[in-house]
Design a protein around this ligand. Sequence first.
Ligand code: ATP
Ligand code: MG
Length: 429
Amino acid sequence: MSKSLQAIRGMNDILPEQTPLWRYFENTVARLLDNYGYKQIRMPIVEFTELFKRSIGEVTDIVEKEMYTFEDRNGDSLTLRPEGTAACVRAVLEHGLTGAGQPQKLWYIGPMFRHERPQKGRYRQFHQIGLEVFNIEGPDIDAELIVLTWRLWGLLGIRDAVKLELNSLGTSESRGRYKVALVEYLSAHLDKLDEDSQRRLKTNPLRVLDTKNADTQAVLVDAPKMADYLDDESRAHFEGLKARLDAAGIPFVINTKLVRGLDYYSKTVFEWVTDKLGAQGTVCAGGRYDGLVEQMGGKPTTGVGFAMGIERLILLLETLEQVPEAISRQVDVYLCAFGEAAELAALALSEKVRDQLPNLRLQVNAGAGSFKSQFKKADKSGALYALILGDDELAQQVIGFKPLRGQGEQQNIAFDALAAHLATCVVQG
Ligand code: ATP
Ligand code: MG
């Protein structure tokens, strides 16, 4: 017996009842980013595997065990993108967008793929909106990235539910000195570290800092702190950022264990976290990656960016019941027509109305049907008004106008006056 066809585990359909919330979210972000002067870029979903190995780092969770990698028909190793920064940097270099030190403020949106254990807030295909800024090296731009996310949380009504955590990882030199001290300390307590941390101690020691293991966490209490190893430049940068966040009135906490899962970060790293979603609490995360472009073969070019997880933010909006009611109503007016002659007239009339009111959400009944069944559909559509066209109305060149949500009386409107009348009673987006 053949198995019924199903989507791949961890890869979800976003159903019609959910898409209004997605579009509301995406449109809110897009408008905000336009207003701050960011330009959208769209990269392919598949890239050469080498790109992610070189940028994200070989000894990271993503590259070690989460990538969807396959050989294509030419024998090339390709990977479904697990994140957006690598491809964005590749595109920027390939098209010379940052040549001669030119600043770029870019954003992208789209699906990402990671072979993780699916659970609430963690999927194998998920969606991110990401920002990347090149060739602006001061803390002012780090602050702008945070300020605009703060504004976004305000627009979405979720400010009270998220908290900003900040850390500085220094330059690669100061981080190198810190790593030596950390490895020395942890090696002296090797027997108290969990297995994963023992392995990471050799491959990627900073990652030990974000262990979830309680015994290892106890060891970390007295471990050396990155803050004590910061070089002067990184320290000044971090102070500059904190001063700007204070000036903007944005609360934050310093989390010295915040290291982020990717190799390429330097100086500023940050996460917006919530305690409303259980274990999957990070809704937006990023930082500075001043060495990445050069590491990928470009001229020295500073970079800073972040990505937010759309599924987690949608979940948060639903959990906090911050879903605006208006977004689920997608029809303003529903037109019912009875009989062939009325249907023909309704088509001509509705197209004329659309010419005059291009933003009107007008649904014309399709599939004929009795009075009762068409009214039922009109009501179910969520429309505010029904328009009724039968032989009697047609003979008089009028159309019945019926409020469906208790706002006023039914009346007949002349064909010629319909658009003007609708304009007065329907707010057009
Ligand atoms: P986590 O620690 O939760 O695994 P991460 O550090 O791997 O997150 P990033 O690579 O920084 O995540 O991605 C930025 C954001 O994308 C995360 O903060 C989160 O909101 C979202 N995200 C990451 N992985 C997933 C996933 N598998 N499913 C849903 N959202 C995700
Ligand atoms: Mg992860």
